[in-house]
Ligand binder design. Sequence first.
Ligand code: FES
Length: 169
Amino acid sequence: MNPDLRKEIEAHMALYPDSRSATLPALQAAQRVHGWCSPEAIEEVADVMGVTPASLEAVATFYDMLETKPVGRHSVYVCTNISCSLCGADELFSAIQAAVGEDQEFNVRPFECLGACDIAPMASVDGVYVGPLSLQDVPRLLDDVRAGRPVLPEKQLAKRACADVETNE
Ligand code: FES
């Protein structure tokens, strides 16, 4: 087993009175290392946590962010919930799917509200929130990911000004 992964899982377990509370971060760590919650990844987490693989599988199959099948290493979660949908999210999702095509590096999927309705229609790209997105943004979004560049920097939620002036500075 990857010693760094073992250490990370043990560090998460040490944070809680009941070490089973570390199940989600432990599975996320294993997913990051293995690319998905594979049977091998689950076995490793179970071994470190002293729980059954079946109990971890039950958790992994419940949570959307945990992948129980092999997926592309770049996640593009397109919000298709109501605010984004009203602003064209369905067309956006179809356009991204079409542009990605058979590229196995991408995991493109629709998602329920990602909590950033003010930048609808939006997507989470490898965990970075971007929006409002137009169909014209799709080629550059994918080019940025492929080139390892920050994705659409001018549309990143993290770069938007907020009401706290000091925070903006
Ligand atoms: S509906 Fe898309 S972020 Fe809320």
